[in-house]
Design a binder for this molecule. Structure first.
Ligand SMILES: Cc1cc2nc3c(=O)[nH]c(=O)nc-3n(C[C@H](O)[C@H](O)[C@H](O)COP(=O)(O)OP(=O)(O)OC[C@H]3O[C@@H](n4cnc5c(N)ncnc54)[C@H](O)[C@@H]3O)c2cc1C
Ligand SMILES: *[C@@H]1O[C@H](CO)[C@@H](O)[C@H](O)[C@H]1NC(C)=O
Ligand SMILES: *[C@@H]1O[C@H](CO)[C@@H](O)[C@H](O)[C@H]1NC(C)=O
Ligand SMILES: *[C@@H]1O[C@H](CO)[C@@H](O)[C@H](O)[C@H]1NC(C)=O
Ligand SMILES: *[C@@H]1O[C@H](CO)[C@@H](O)[C@H](O)[C@H]1NC(C)=O
Length: 601
């Protein structure tokens, strides 16, 4: 109860800043940032230290619109039914765009609901808050692809560290000596006080300790330095979350960067305001002059004296570029959009790592099962009043590995070649342990594997010249058959995990999903086509690259090719999906590009 009131008063504080939103009329700022997710708010907050900045966000404030479903860590797993990926998802239009993909012919003709935050904070208002960084080799690949050494893992350190503030694990509250945590205490620059709070859960889900042990018994070892130190393969880790530890509430791009910048900097936030079109001065150098926006049906123009920054996320940044005249010229022509810059790569190169899972009923408890029982509410709420107990916690066990020789031997030479084309430290699979309440007070454990070297590519196209319609999303899952081979191998690996001593100690009865009837490779593949899901890490639809790369959309400083005064700063500008939960790297990119802009690059 106490926490809920805290969340409400926090929302009121936010509303206090925003009670009279800026007037819905033409205005001019040095920078106009489109989208209030981690990319947009990081760059906006840093620019607002020395310039005037407007941030345009289609949604409102999640603390008000989604309440403790967004604020309380456990509810990131149990409290947001709209994260359902099926076509029948329950809509939550105040905080989610409700995007539905096109039918995926290679995934049982499913259409996927791809949740995306529509609120200040963007997806960091609805995500699972896992915080870690990719492998050194993945950023080094980024550097070589864009021809700029400032993207090597070593050179990116300062942007990672200056974005966050680290709190050491509270081992007393965690009360779980069997969850070894190793980390680099310097991974955040606490002296400069980066606003993003990174901390460890104050409670450990007992089921996850057992499933984690099962993954360990596959032969993985605890990460010696934690998963933000550039090495992942062969290790497991209890990773930190973006949780504000004193109250154990979600720390989002909104509660960190925006809340810090609103009083301190020259920042104006436009809630419930849709960016409809970027305007260009076509008489000269195609300079971005501003943005047409709409608040409650009132259209007006926010002009940018210096630059427009596009941070609308992986689906909407390419859509808004195309609607504004930047994209493949034939597609623009088909919708009567005058071509400002013919860039065939806009909306292409969608990397979307997919996950598959196996579940059993287990005899252990979990946060979800404990809080599903009303008899446990008083004690759990009391613990949460002290920032502990199951409500304070959001998963936390992940692991990465390269496929074993045994499983590699099941793959075609072509699939092996594709796997081996990645940097050598890039793992093949990620494992995540999870738990859900089952029927009649039982508890279900899941171990999922994610294909973090996805070979299939999807795309985003437009169906009209209006931002009032959603883009057409082709996820492309399994469109490259080598992904099917790796997925079948990953499934077999999960069965190995469920056959370890640790798993055998806790599992009850037969395999619950998919069940023992699924045995042959064909049966496994059929199950996978009907069940794989996103991990919500879609990336790369406005890819960064060299000017000689015809599919590149932005250069190494995130500037859009063929125009002036326009950058893309969000996960769409990544050249590929990193081998990592990506939010740490989105904040990093926001810090880096803000630094570039301030230094005249
Ligand atoms: C369910 C879920 C779970 C996840 N779990 C994790 C996790 O545990 N760890 C992790 O690292 N990552 C996780 N992620 C991914 C991570 O949150 C995203 O990669 C990250 O938020 C992307 O940041 P972004 O700035 O590129 O875009 P977004 O966060 O998508 O922000 C874009 C913003 O732009 C706004 N916008 C879009 N179009 C317009 C327009 N036309 N006008 C005005 N505003 C507009 C949107 O409303 C949104 O607020 C998860 C994502 C989801 C959805
Ligand atoms: C969430 O909000 C409800 C009121 O809508 C409240 O009863 C409940 O205690 C809150 N839960 C937590 C964990 O704070
Ligand atoms: C700590 O864990 C032990 C073993 O699971 C349990 O018996 C004990 O009650 C826990 N202590 C607290 C304070 O939660
Ligand atoms: C780890 O410790 C916790 C807390 O004491 C306990 O509930 C859990 O069963 C343990 N897990 C394993 C794998 O021993
Ligand atoms: C997008 O992907 C779909 C499905 O793979 C494909 O049919 C279509 O041609 C692609 N569109 C573009 C413009 O690349």
């Amino acid at each position: 109860m106490f926490q809920y009131l805290t969340a409400l008063s926090f929302a009121a504080l936010v509303a206090g800043q925003q009670v009279s939103p800026p007037p819905a009329e033409d205005a001019i700022y040095d920078y106009v940032v489109i989208g209030g997710g981690p990319g947009g708010l990081t760059v906006a907050a840093r620019l607002a230290e020395t310039a005037s900045v407007a941030v345009v966000e289609a949604g409102g404030f999640y603390e008000v619109d989604n309440g403790n479903s967004s604020v309380v860590p456990l509810y990131s797993l149990t409290g947001m039914p709209f994260l359902d990926t099926s076509e029948q998802f329950p809509p939550s239009p105040l905080v989610d765009w409700g995007l539905l993909s096109e039918v995926i012919p290679t995934a049982n003709n499913r259409r996927i609901h791809y949740a995306q935050g529509k609120t200040f904070g963007g997806c960091t208002a609805i995500n699972t808050m896992a915080y870690h960084r990719g492998t050194a080799g993945s950023y080094d690949r980024w550097a070589s692809m864009v021809g700029d050494d400032s993207y090597t893992f070593t050179n990116l350190q300062k942007y990672f560290t200056q974005s966050c503030h680290l709190t050491a694990p509270d081992l007393e509250k965690r009360n779980a000596t069997n969850t070894t945590i190793n980390y680099d205490p310097e991974m955040c620059d606490n002296s400069e006080g980066g606003p993003l709070q990174v901390s460890w859960n104050n409670w450990v889900d007992p089921t996850l300790t057992w499933l984690g042990k099962a993954v360990e018994q596959l032969g993985l070892t605890v990460s010696p330095e934690g998963f933000s130190s550039g090495t992942l393969a062969g290790h497991f880790a209890w990773i930190p979350s973006t949780i504000e530890p004193a109250k154990a509430i979600r720390c989002s791009a909104e509660s960190s960067y925006l809340q810090e910048a609103l009083p301190a900097g020259d920042l104006t936030a436009y809630p419930n305001t849709l960016a409809k079109k970027v305007l260009f001065d076509s008489s000269s150098s195609n300079r971005a002059m501003g943005v047409t926006v709409s608040t409650n049906g009132i259209e007006y123009t926010l002009s940018a004296a210096k630059e427009v920054i596009m941070s609308a996320g992986v689906f909407h940044s390419p859509q808004l570029l195309m609607v504004s005249g930047i994209g493949p010229k034939d597609m623009l022509a088909a919708h009567d959009i005058p071509v400002i810059s013919d860039l065939p790569g806009v909306g292409q190169n969608l990397w979307d790592p997919i996950s598959l899972g196996i579940m059993y009923t287990v005899n252990t408890q979990s946060g979800a099962s404990i809080t599903a029982n009303p008899a446990n509410w008083p004690i759990s709420l009391e613990q949460y009043g002290d920032a502990g107990g199951p409500y304070s916690s959001a998963a936390g066990f992940i692991a990465y590995e390269k496929l074993s020789e045994e499983l590699r031997s099941t793959l075609s030479d072509e699939a092996l070649q594709e796997l081996d084309a990645f940097p050598s430290d890039w793992p093949d699979l990620e494992f995540v342990a999870g738990s859900f309440p089952g029927a009649e007070g039982t508890n279900t454990g899941s171990i999922t594997a994610t294909l973090i070297k996805p070979f299939s590519r999807g795309n985003i196209t437009i169906v009209s010249n209006s931002m009032n319609e959603q883009p057409s999303i082709n996820l492309g899952w399994f469109s490259n058959p080598h992904d099917e081979e790796v997925a079948v191998a990953a499934f077999k690996r999960l069965r190995q995990a469920w056959d370890t001593d640790a798993a055998n100690t806790v599992k009850v009865g037969e395999e619950a999903v998919p069940g023992s009837a699924v045995q042959s490779d064909e049966e496994i593949l059929e199950f996978l086509r009907g069940s794989v899901n996103q991990l919500w890490h879609a990336s790369g639809t406005c890819a960064m690259g060299k000017s000689t790369d015809e599919n590149a959309v932005v250069d190494a400083n995130a500037k859009v090719f063929g125009v002036e005064g326009l950058r893309v700063v969000d996960i769409s500008a990544f050249p590929f999906a990193l081998p990592a939960h990506p939010q740490a790297s989105v904040y990093m990119l926001g810090e880096k590009i803000a630094h570039d802009i301030k230094n005249g690059r």
